[in-house]
Write a protein that binds this ligand. Structure first.
Ligand code: IPD
Ligand code: CA
Ligand code: CA
Length: 252
């Protein structure tokens, strides 16, 4: 937990300053702060668990023991961060034999630390959190995420976005998949979906959401949402089947 919090503090310190921005794609940015946060987390994990594998957004797969792996997103919400928008987090998960065992998502701006250990519930700054009980689309506030560089996938994402905006209290697109997921866990949002994510975006947030009572699947309803490319549908159990139907109904 401390590792995510310390990495978050590094990010908070740098927010609003001038950044060295590199382009991984035309609209896919990375800053020197992504790297600083990642270097810190890698250093801590490597010194405590030198034998563990690590999958981290900026450095890729770092080989280690099969079956024990850390998933790191050192800065989820880089686009927000690069524009000085205070909505981003650090996401850290520990995965054993493809099962997420531990997840921490830390928002340094609000000093909100969301955490979960498999089978032990979900917490926000140590207080138990629970998913909402909104049972209809019109009583629900949703979030989705997609980027500007997803080609055909974006067309589908835009269709879904328009469709569900018309049926609900609204669909937010806030720019941090990990925070979207933990906001569902905390009952702030009633549901979240995305068609295109990476395992480091979702591993921690999905465990926290599931431990708070959220039903978490891929976009087609399969529980195997960590497989690349990840799609995710996370919603309270009353809303999940309704969203699944809306997102996959034919004829749109
Ligand atoms: C991105 C954010 C965004 C989502 C993108 C992710 P990054 O992560 O989570 O909400 O739409 O697909 O890549 O690049 O800021 O770590
Ligand atoms: Ca991310
Ligand atoms: Ca990132």
């Amino acid at each position: 937990m401390d590792w995510a919090v310390n990495a978050g503090k590094i990010l908070k310190e740098g927010l609003g300053k001038e950044h060295q921005i590199h382009h991984k794609g035309v609209t896919d940015l990375v800053t020197e702060m992504d790297k600083l946060s990642e270097d810190y987390l890698l250093g801590e994990i490597r010194s405590c668990f030198p034998e563990h594998s690590i999958i981290t957004e900026e450095s890729g797969y770092l080989d280690g023991d099969d079956g024990v792996c850390w998933y790191i997103d050192p800065l989820d919400g880089t686009m927000n961060y690069a524009h000085g928008i205070p909505f981003f987090c650090v996401s850290l998960a520990f995965v054993q034999h493809d099962q997420v065992q531990l997840g921490v998502v830390y928002d340094p701006i609000r000093d909100e630390c969301f955490s979960a250990e498999k089978g032990k519930g979900a917490f926000l700054n140590g207080q138990s959190i629970r998913v909402s009980d909104a049972a209809s689309l019109i009583k629900s506030l949703l979030a989705t995420s997609f980027t500007s560089s997803e080609g055909d996938l974006k067309q589908a994402a835009l269709r879904d976005y328009v469709h569900l905006t018309g049926l609900t209290q609204g669909v937010r697109r806030m720019g941090s998949a990990a925070l979207d997921l933990v906001y569902v866990a905390a009952g702030r949002l009633d549901g979240y979906w995305s068609n295109y994510l990476h395992a480091w975006d979702v591993a921690a947030g999905a465990l926290i959401a599931a431990e708070a009572g959220t039903r978490v699947t891929d976009r087609l309803g399969s529980p195997d949402f960590l497989q690349p490319v990840c799609s995710v549908l996370a919603a309270n159990p009353l809303l999940h089947p309704i969203l699944l139907e809306e997102l996959n109904c034919n004829g749109r």
